[in-house]
Ligand binder design. Structure first.
Ligand code: PSU
Ligand code: MN
Length: 308
């Protein structure tokens, strides 16, 4: 049956039917993760990096209540500029659709829509996780739950250090989500290449990662995988600077009573201010780096399925 809520653009439709590689991209990072015009510039560049590495990019969002897979330049521009775009996670999808509103999709929502479209690899900057102080606030991103049940691999630069990385790892372990380090044994922390925590599995090639994913899904082991790809050294931030920025951002958030879905965008913006824009540059570069690796993983995965 045709899904009337889902619209896949012709290029993606064609690529899907040919069984060629596709990489999904999220839109919260555009609407709520970066300011204009850096957001639109980055969105376009990231799509280009995906193409340059062999896959077709499918940026995902909800527009006028329709889940769109693959956006036009005008649609990207709209997401980057308009103030009318809500941040949409799993919980928010039915409301945004039934009210025919616009939504930028988080990691969780983008995974759901990717799976509906038949896309297996998804690239973002950082995943949500267990927030610091979660034992009091219960603030655990819906991204983690999604990874336990939706069969999409997420390529990221690790959880941001604004989170409790140790608890995020514990949560993923409990729920059986493999965390892979691409060419690293240490969990990267978004702005920095290290965190002091280990990943579960260190793999050095995109092909090995594709083989792990294929084995997981052929065995019917439900859920995704987190592929962590450290920020390139030249764009890594000074640990002291970023730690100070995070502490100040967290204090700011508390003083302003920011909670729920507003906290991640608030912290990102506050960190950008405190680091005089340095964090934004790192953020842009790490997403492009993830796009390169994700695109190659998608290619390897397609070749593995072609061999069957
Ligand atoms: N990490 C970033 N930039 C972002 C986000 C995470 O570096 O914009 C977004 C992603 O869309 C992620 C969401 O899914 O924040 C998590 O929000 P929450 O913690 O409210 O679930
Ligand atoms: Mn939250």
């Amino acid at each position: 049956m045709k899904n009337l809520y889902l619209e896949i653009n012709p290029e993606i439709q064609q690529t899907l039917s040919e069984g060629k590689p596709i990489v999904a991209l999220e839109s919260t990072i555009i609407s709520h993760g970066m300011p204009y015009p850096e957001n639109i510039k980055t969105a376009k560049e990231v799509e280009q990096v995906v193409r340059d590495n062999g896959s077709i990019p499918a940026t995902i969002a909800i527009l006028n209540g329709i889940m769109k897979v693959g956006l036009s330049e005008n649609e990207l521009e709209f997401l980057a500029k308009s103030k009318d775009i809500q941040k949409v996670s799993r919980r928010d999808i039915p409301y945004i659709i039934s009210r025919k509103l616009h939504g930028a999709t988080t990691v969780a929502a983008t995974m759901i829509i990717s799976q509906l479209a038949g896309i297996k690899v998804f690239v973002t900057g950082g995943i949500g996780g267990v927030h610091r102080g979660a034992s009091e606030t219960f603030d655990i991103s819906a991204d983690l739950q999604e990874l336990t049940k939706t069969n999409v691999a997420v390529v990221c630069a690790g959880p941001k250090a604004i989170l409790d990385i140790g608890l995020t790892i514990e949560y993923l372990e409990t729920h059986g989500v493999p965390v892979i380090g691409f060419k690293t044994s240490e969990m990267p922390a978004f702005y920095t290449r290290t965190s002091g925590f280990s990943v579960d599995f260190h793999l050095d090639t995109e092909k090995e990662i594709a083989e792990l994913l294929k084995a997981k899904w052929e065995l019917g082991l439900q859920g995704g995988a987190v592929i962590t790809n450290p920020i390139p050294e030249e764009f890594e931030m000074d640990k002291k600077l970023i730690d100070r920025a995070i502490d100040s951002a967290l204090n700011d958030a508390e003083r302003n009573n920011i909670a729920g879905k507003n906290i991640t965008p608030f912290l990102l913006d506050s960190i950008k201010e405190v680091t005089s824009g340095k964090s934004l540059i790192s953020n842009i570069e790490l997403v492009k780096n993830n796009a390169r690796v994700g695109s190659r993983i998608a290619c390897e995965l397609t070749s593995l399925y072609d061999e069957d």
